[in-house]
Design a protein around this ligand. Structure first.
Ligand code: ASP
Length: 458
């Protein structure tokens, strides 16, 4: 018998989780099964999945630090780093803007809030505690400024301990750059196309030689560290089917489908818009700007996408994303740079969801937002998605910023919480899919991919 691949196992366990959880939820709601028992089973699933997610999260900080440092030091010419950074940011901003546009168009077209019953929504909201946030007093400019300054960690070790991703990324890049400076001296910045070991790098005196040798040692330390982290990642990934089963059981038994009665049109709008972005916009970008077969890329990315779906955490999925993107042919020195940044700031799915949700809430409250107000929603949603952490429900918490930007009550977040888990799963998948597309496109433009991308699978 042919051995099943990992993504097949993940798919099977996802289906199993749903097949066990959904009937339970249904029976629990009808009173044929003790609702308390259903809740405990859902909680058990969450605990099981939580162990897998914790294992992945355990890898994230050391993986990001070692991959970024070894990626930057392995780049040889540091100007390449600047170009890579520029292209990555342009990609991230433009795809998020496209996602937002898709959301705005669909919410105006489908008008999901028009027929919604506020009383029914409020009754549903009663069952869910609104997330606690203190961001409602933040203006647009203040938010942008905060994002920028918080990139510089006051204490890199504290940033690592607190999982402050932007701070970790910033420090790792700077450290990588300076390791290169010390190892290769100024020449490393100047001449393009030459490797790090050149005759001209010969030490001028003993002191200089000692510095270079030590810096080379530091570089090799991080390279080795990264290799070990990747091996650990591979080992943890093998547990994905168990973790995914647990999370699916939690989502299906704990949340079920009944919430869709009141919020069906809203959830459908988010879902259709996410599908347009994932199945039309991003594949087109992959094909046209990445020269890559979207199907072949999706196949390589399947374990990461399924994990993103079930865990609802793009940060937790990062170790898998890095592994799968390499499978798709992107060299690790590009993935090392593009993906940690993407998991932190590039959230197309979240940005799209924020606009649809806020415009839906405005429609429910009978507020007619004109074009300029919709533009404010779109801009704040972009910032909110950049600021959202790659963890479950982070986008929902950030939504208060968007709501308050157009004067909507921040407590209105409660209205849509009932379907938030399933939408979070969908948007996280799109977030990871977009990061992976960025890695392909940026690698292609940096000349790091073969002229012919992989062929479409039969
Ligand atoms: N859960 C999402 C992610 O990890 C963020 C969000 O809540 O939208 O990418």
């Amino acid at each position: 018998m042919r051995r099943l691949k990992l993504h097949h196992w993940i798919l099977i366990s996802m289906a199993l989780g749903a097949a066990v959880g959904l009937p339970m939820n249904w029976l629990g709601e009808r009173g044929d099964l003790d609702p308390e028992l259903v809740r405990s089973i859902a909680a058990g699933g969450k605990e099981l999945g939580g162990i897998f997610l914790r294992l992945l999260q355990m890898l994230v900080v050391p993986l990001i630090v070692s991959s970024l440092i070894s990626g930057v030091t392995g780049m040889g010419d540091l100007r390449a780093l600047g170009r890579l950074g520029g292209r990555t940011i342009v990609f991230y901003l433009s795809t998020s803007a496209l996602a937002i546009l898709t959301g705005v168009l669909l919410v105006n077209l489908l008008n999901p809030g028009a027929g919604a019953d506020l009383g029914l929504l409020e009754a549903g909201a009663g069952a869910h505690a609104a997330p606690e946030v203190a961001a409602s007093d933040h203006g647009l400019g203040a938010m942008l400024w905060e994002q920028l300054t918080s990139m510089i960690p006051k204490n890199p070790l504290q940033a690592a301990a607190e999982g402050d991703m932007l701070g970790i990324i910033f420090f790792s890049i700077v450290l990588g750059v300076f390791i290169s400076f010390v190892e290769h001296g100024k020449e490393a910045e100047g001449e393009e196309g030459e490797g790090p070991y050149r005759e001209s790098d010969a030490p001028r005196d003993d002191e200089d030689a000692r510095h270079r040798k030590n810096a080379a040692l530091v570089r090799r330390f991080w390279e080795g560290f990264f290799e070990v982290m990747m091996r650990m990642t591979l080992a943890v990934i093998q547990l994905a089917p168990i973790g995914v089963f647990g999370f699916m059981l939690y989502a299906a038994a704990g949340h079920g489908l009944s919430a869709f009665e009141a919020l069906g049109m809203y959830a459908l709008t988010v879902f259709i818009a996410l599908c347009v972005h994932a199945f039309v916009t991003l594949p087109l970008i992959l094909r046209v700007f990445g020269g890559h077969s979207p199907l072949a890329h999706a196949k390589a990315m399947t374990p990461a996408l399924l994990t993103a779906f079930s865990t609802a955490s793009s940060n937790g999925t990062l170790p898998l994303t890095m592994r799968c993107v390499e499978e798709s042919g992107v060299p690790s020195r590009v993935g090392s740079f593009v993906l940690p940044l993407g998991a932190t700031i590039n959230m197309d799915g979240t940005a799209l969801y924020e606009v649809v949700a806020v415009l839906f809430i405005a429609q429910v409250y009978g507020m007619d937002l004109d074009l300029s107000q919709q533009l404010v929603v779109a801009t704040t949603a972009l910032l909110a998605s950049v600021g959202a952490a790659g963890i479950p429900h982070a986008g929902t918490v950030m939504m208060v910023v968007v709501l308050s930007a157009v004067g909507l009550p921040t407590t209105a977040v409660g209205l849509i919480l009932a379907v938030d888990r399933i939408l979070d799963m969908c948007r996280t998948t799109v977030n990871v899919w977009s990061d992976s597309a960025a890695a392909v496109v940026v690698a292609r433009h940096a000349g790091e991919l073969p002229a012919e991308g992989p062929a479409d699978p039969e």
